[in-house]
Design a protein around this ligand. Structure first.
Ligand SMILES: Nc1ncnc2c1ncn2[C@@H]1O[C@H](COP(=O)(O)OP(=O)(O)OP(=O)(O)O)[C@@H](O)[C@H]1O
Ligand SMILES: [Mg+2]
Length: 403
């Protein structure tokens, strides 16, 4: 079995050029109201073996920058000007900004030279192919492996990103994975061909801290083993402190600050950067906020009382004999590692699944109690107006055809 770290390192750069050099990039979206510049005259570069972290508030242009590099900007967006130079070890350079988004040249760069881990796993995993088929296809196409070699390698990759039972999981579909498992499958797929540059768009947000640390560690071992460069988009300044060599702070499509990580943390020049670093709320402060909250009325009748709830998918016991109770005004925090059944519990309460067993007594505003596990038709419709769920994967709940 080949280990992810055992493939021969890429020849070292003979030139002193960085691996990727972005110069004066402008990416625009023509809208009915005029042209919107999501990326506005942005320049940065990434050295072989180094990590550039891109931070900035939501909507500042981080994902559009990443997608511009691979020429996968959502239509009608386009690169209006600037260059994205991929420098090769032999001294030649390829300007990715000039390539046809549908052409052969950019397609051979994608996955092979530059791989991307997307912010929304479901938008990059195919719903009609098993996870294994998707990984083996990339291995066969880019690394010319045989069917059997590719399958063995795919199982090894899934094991390295800690997917339980990789021999079985390989033949399952992405929708049968939990949110965190999907994210890890996508990471395995991106790392499959040992790219020169890995673009990771908030890759660990759905993962618990232990798995996040393992994924970051895997990425850094790959970097050391064969000089992979990483462009890492994150909101987490803790992650930045841990992995960044350089930091790019974006705001409204422009670079607010760009430099080595020590400089950004120790003497931030820009007020916005200072705010970002300062926004990391201390744990003690959080505890104070908690103590200041009004106490719960423990004598009130529960709003929701769940008894012995189970949800089985075939032999997979996603939820097994769970009982909880929730008072009016109470916030119940549910934590657990990826794949432990948190989302399944939410979806069962909403009756997006029909639970295999158990009772879910819900007290309505008028005091009547209904068992959410038993109701249907009009009653279920009425209950759903009072119970709402915010989903993990926003794409699954927003209609792409409506504003
Ligand atoms: N397909 C599109 N059409 C029009 N505007 C878009 C499109 N995609 C992105 N934008 C706009 O481009 C800007 C930058 O978006 P981008 O997705 O890069 O933000 P981001 O920094 O990645 O934010 P987040 O942290 O929330 O992921 C936003 O104002 C967004 O509304
Ligand atoms: Mg984004």
């Amino acid at each position: 079995m080949t280990d992810i770290l055992s493939i021969a390192p890429r020849p070292a750069m003979t030139t002193n050029k960085p691996l990727l050099e972005v110069r004066n990039l402008v990416t625009e979206f023509p809208l009915r109201t005029g042209i919107f510049r999501a990326v506005d005259d942005l320049s940065f570069s990434i050295e072989q073996g180094k990590t550039l972290c891109v931070v900035g508030e939501s909507g500042s242009g981080k994902s559009v920058t990443a997608r511009s590099i691979l020429q996968i900007i959502d239509s009608p967006g386009r690169i209006a000007s600037g260059s994205i130079l991929l420098h090769q070890p032999d001294g030649t350079s390829l300007d990715l900004a000039k390539l046809d988004p549908r052409g052969r040249a950019i397609r051979s760069v994608r996955g092979r030279d530059i791989a991307m881990i997307f912010q929304e796993p479901m938008s990059s995993l195919s719903p009609v192919h098993t996870v294994g088929d998707q990984i083996t296809e990339a291995l066969r196409l880019h690394l010319k492996m045989s069917k059997a070699e590719a399958r063995t390698e795919a199982i090894s990759l899934l094991r390295q990103v800690e997917i339980p039972n990789p021999e079985k999981a390989i033949d399952r579909y992405a929708f049968q994975y939990s949110g965190g498992m999907r994210q890890r499958a996508m990471i395995a797929m991106a790392l499959a061909c040992k790219p020169q540059l890995l673009i990771a768009d908030e890759p660990t947000t759905a993962l618990d801290v232990t798995t996040q640390a393992e994924i970051l560690d895997l990425i850094s071992r790959l970097q050391k083993a064969h000089g992979m460069a990483v462009l890492f988009i994150t909101h987490d300044m803790g992650v930045v402190a841990q992995i960044a060599d350089d930091v790019l702070v974006m705001h409204h499509g422009v670079a607010k600050e760009y430099g080595p990580v020590e400089q950004i943390f120790h003497s931030p020049q820009d007020p916005y950067t200072r705010m970002l670093i300062g926004s990391v709320l201390k744990l003690e402060q959080k505890a104070e906020i908690r103590l200041a909250r009004p106490p719960l009325d423990k004598t009130a009748a529960p709003l929701l009382e769940i008894r012995n709830l189970s949800m089985h998918f075939g032999e997979m016991k996603a939820l097994d004999d769970v009982s909880i109770s929730l008072l009016p005004g109470e916030t119940l925090g549910i934590v657990g590692e990826s794949g432990s059944g948190k989302t399944t519990m939410g979806r069962s309460i909403m009756r997006l699944y029909d639970p295999t067993a158990g009772e879910m007594h819900y007290r309505r505003a008028d005091g009547t109690v209904m068992d959410l596990a038993k109701i249907g038709g009009g009653e279920l419709k009425a209950a759903r107006r009072e119970l709402r769920m915010v989903f993990q994967d926003p794409f699954g709940s927003l209609n792409p055809r409506m504003t």
